[in-house]
Design a protein around this ligand. Structure first.
Ligand SMILES: *Cc1c(COP(=O)(O)O)cnc(C)c1O
Length: 403
């Protein structure tokens, strides 16, 4: 059997458009394709590979648990799940943890819990969910409806109801929308897929105060920002406020699928026996790997390293931009950074990604106007410099093609 990109078009549902190369091996922040070509990885599997590829601590946790027990379902609990839950509770505001397999599922659990909490405490009129335009919360029908891009949720029939949106960083619009009938507000503490958009301090503060005033639960979707990405273990810890529910996934398993919703005991108690569940949620293999990932990331060494690496990437991107003038700004926090297309390159972020692959560097886009960089949190300085040198060549090509 010939395994190549053409086979994708033959046998896969066409909802993705993967690049032409097929990676077969990864080590740290380097990846090799079928032809042995090497790439520097600034994509990190979309902010998932927080410790790069095949980190020894994760490989040994996987192997060790792989020879003990793989799966039980929630008819039984298991040691890795309990250890991971205890560590998440110790490291955050939360008292209780619910495990899922992905970001969307963690958010689905958060939204269902918020609805049930409001119903139990205030009655069925309190069902409104507010979220923000350009927000992204996953692809289940509930989460994609709560997400702020109607294009992703249109065309699938009737949507879950009482979901409303307003602009991120527009506190006046939010204040006009929220009321005592608001059950929950779901937001990212830095919009990722929507274009690497940071919240203003007064906005976050104002949202928190208005949620408290109207007894609405504030749900922080930290699926992309969580587990060290912004230089804090969770981004809320750098914003001076505490959410009521937080969801985490992507980097939590360092590449092994897992998600979690964490909250206070007072809120959690509304998800009684039988109200919600997942067959795989809290799977021992996933939790063993996630425990190793959390242990490794939640150290001052790694978290301070994120801030130092951010500074270096900003410096190198700025130097590239001084020469080629392709970005209007470099924005984001920690190792969730975006180069925003200058006027002349509007809508063309993907070209930089495609030329980057040809030069041996993997990056991402966040919408049509932002090139996104989400490398490993422990990427060596030498790989950052080499990767940015390759990225500069890609930029030079796009600029030359434009001339
Ligand atoms: C990626 C992402 C999700 C969805 O996670 P999946 O694991 O793909 O379901 C949800 N919220 C945010 C903020 C994300 O970045």
């Amino acid at each position: 059997m010939t395994i190549n990109r053409e086979l994708f078009d033959q046998v896969m549902v066409p909802n993705y458009a993967p690049s032409a190369v097929i990676p077969v091996k990864g080590e740290g922040s380097r990846v090799w394709d079928q032809d042995g070509r090497e790439y520097i990885d600034f994509a990190g599997g979309i902010a998932v590979n927080c410790l790069g590829h095949c980190h020894p601590a994760l490989v040994s946790a996987l192997k060790e648990q792989g020879e003990k027990i793989w799966h039980l379902s929630n008819v039984m609990t298991n040691e890795p799940a309990l250890r991971l839950a205890k560590k998440l509770v110790d490291a955050t505001f939360a008292d209780k943890v619910y495990f899922a397999n992905s970001g969307a599922e963690a958010n689905e659990a958060a939204l269902k819990l918020a609805r049930r909490f409001a119903l139990d405490n205030f009655g069925e009129q309190k069902s409104q969910i507010i979220s923000f335009n350009k927000g992204f919360h996953g692809r289940t029908f509930f989460t994609v409806t709560v997400g702020g891009q109607a294009a992703y949720s249109d065309g699938f029939g009737p949507k879950p109801g009482d979901v409303m949106h307003c602009d991120y960083n527009d506190l006046a619009a939010f204040e006009a929308l929220i009321s005592d009938n608001t059950c929950a507000v779901m937001m990212e503490p830095l919009q990722g897929e929507g274009g690497i958009i940071s919240p203003e301090a007064e906005f976050v503060q104002g949202v928190r105060e208005l949620c408290t005033k109207h007894n609405a639960l504030l749900i922080f979707d930290e699926v992309q920002t969580g587990v060290g990405r912004t230089g804090e273990l969770y981004a809320y810890q750098g914003l001076g406020i505490t959410p009521d529910i937080l969801t985490t996934a992507k980097a939590l398993g360092g590449g092994f699928p897992i998600g979690a919703m964490i909250t206070t005991a007072d809120i959690a108690k509304h998800l009684k026996v039988g109200t919600h569940g997942s067959t795989y949620g809290g799977n021992p293999l996933a939790c063993a790997v996630a425990e190793a990932a959390l242990d490794t990331v939640n150290t001052t060494e790694v978290l301070d390293g994120v801030k130092a690496k951010e500074a270096l990437i900003r410096e190198l991107l700025t130097a590239i931009n001084d020469k080629y003038k392709v970005f209007s700004e470099v924005r984001g926090k920690g190792l969730l950074l975006g180069g925003v297309m200058a006027e002349q390159y509007k809508g063309r972020a993907k070209e930089f990604l495609v030329e980057g692959i040809k030069e041996g560097v993997m990056s991402l886009v966040a919408g049509a106007d932002v090139v996104r960089f989400t490398p490993s949190l422990v990427i060596p300085e030498a790989d950052i410099r080499e990767g940015m040198a390759r990225f500069e060549k890609a930029v030079a090509t796009v600029v030359a093609n434009n001339a």
